[in-house]
Write a protein that binds this ligand. Structure first.
Ligand SMILES: Cc1cc2nc3c(=O)[nH]c(=O)nc-3n(C[C@H](O)[C@H](O)[C@H](O)COP(=O)(O)OP(=O)(O)OC[C@H]3O[C@@H](n4cnc5c(N)ncnc54)[C@H](O)[C@@H]3O)c2cc1C
Length: 346
């Protein structure tokens, strides 16, 4: 177990932002993870768990407490049942499932970060989300002081949300179990229009598994959504804002403001309607590459706020506030940040 005092956190995040941790502990086994959490909790010490740092905005002042970096390993595939240790690199695990000829997470290719973080915000992309494949999550429950196994329903998954996100100081994910599908070398049914168009497939159709995987990787790379240290467009936390979910009343009010603009609208749960944060940002005047300071919008995607190399967290947040307020002024819709804020607020 590696322990460092006053350790810089910026290099552990994909935004490369944030001040130091008072103490940084890297745990390589489940037992080490649990021991660090127990010790911090017993001492009343603030604790921040991190995996790949790809969904985190850490304040310039850093973190006055223990940061636990989960670096556990374990990829166990038996038939179609997959168990991943929390510290496994998600994109590498997805690649291995495709090599094994199994469908279920192929459209989630190229998403940065750790396997253990995927249930936290119910990671999703291109018509697939982990909630569909997860059977169980093994986690250390800091309230009960014991390791528990939560089934899919216990995880309370919804769009970019879960029980783990709702109660962030309670669970530390140790292992994630998936049921994959042996579809004879074919992918899961294509659900996302852009993927279907690119593949010349119909929605609902299956395509060769590797073709689906490679198509998603290429689409993502074109939007700066695959990490590349040499490309500042990928020095981001991915999508900075979630797609707004409008209640029926909000939907009506929104329609009156976007008449004739052909705004993207999709049915969501409970009679609500989802619209596109990227569309709102673009139409409010914040086009690709917007910004002249050290933090700007990605030149490839309006939803990614990026560090051009010399930004501070405050620079990034100033841009985020400008965009949130501009979208609100134009469309009356409040954008909500997707990444987790540590020691800062939007
Ligand atoms: C270029 C880019 C593209 C992206 N594309 C997508 C996308 O398409 N879809 C999508 O959903 N997300 C996307 N993201 C966001 C991000 O990759 C995911 O949210 C990812 O799951 C975060 O994993 P992480 O290990 O980096 O988590 P971190 O950033 O380290 O942590 C995020 C949150 O999870 C908590 N956490 C981490 N590990 C654990 C654990 N083991 N137990 C309990 N809590 C934990 C942390 O405390 C924190 O609150 C993208 C990010 C980038 C930079």
């Amino acid at each position: 177990m590696l322990v460092l005092e006053n350790a810089p956190l910026a290099p552990l995040t994909t935004l490369r932002l944030g001040g130091p941790a008072r103490r940084l502990v890297t745990a390589e086994t489940d037992a080490e993870v649990v021991a660090v959490v127990r010790e911090a909790d017993a001492a009343g010490e603030p604790l921040l768990v991190i995996g790949g740092g790809s969904n985190l905005v850490i304040g310039d002042a850093g973190f006055e407490g223990t940061v636990l970096r989960i670096a556990t390993t374990g990829f166990a595939l038996e038939g179609t049942a997959l168990e991943l240790a929390a510290g496994e690199v998600w994109s590498e695990a997805v690649a291995r499932t495709v090599d094994a000829g199994l469908a279920g997470v192929e459209f989630l290719a190229g998403i940065p970060g750790s396997a253990g973080a995927t249930p936290v915000q119910n990671v999703g992309a291109y018509g697939q989300e982990v909630a569909t494949g997860i059977t169980e999550v093994v986690a250390y429950d800091r309230v009960a002081g014991e390791t528990v196994t939560l089934d899919n329903a216990d995880c309370a998954f919804s769009y970019r949300h879960s029980r783990f996100k709702a109660d962030p100081d309670r669970y530390v994910v140790l292992r994630v179990r998936f049921a994959l599908e042996d579809a004879a070398g074919q992918s899961s049914p294509v659900r996302y229009a852009e993927v279907a168009r690119t593949l010349g497939a119909e929605a609902g159709q299956r395509v060769p598994l590797r073709t689906a995987y490679e198509t998603v990787l290429a689409l993502r790379a074109g939007k700066g959504m695959v990490l590349d240290p040499a490309d500042h467009d990928t020095w981001s936390a991915g999508s900075f804002f979630t797609n707004p979910i409008l209640t029926p009343e909000e939907h009506q009010a929104f329609l009156s403001r976007v008449e004739g603009l052909n705004a993207p609208l999709y049915p969501a749960a409970d009679g609500c309607t989802k619209t596109s944060a990227a569309w709102l940002i673009d139409r409010a005047g914040f086009t690709k590459g917007y910004g002249s300071g050290p933090a700007t919008l990605s030149t490839k995607h309006t939803l990614a706020l990026t560090n051009r190399g010399r930004a501070s967290t405050e620079d990034l947040l100033a841009l985020a506030r400008e965009i949130r307020d501009g979208v609100h002024a134009s469309f009356g819709v409040e954008l909500v940040n997707e990444p987790v804020m540590v020691g800062v607020e939007l």
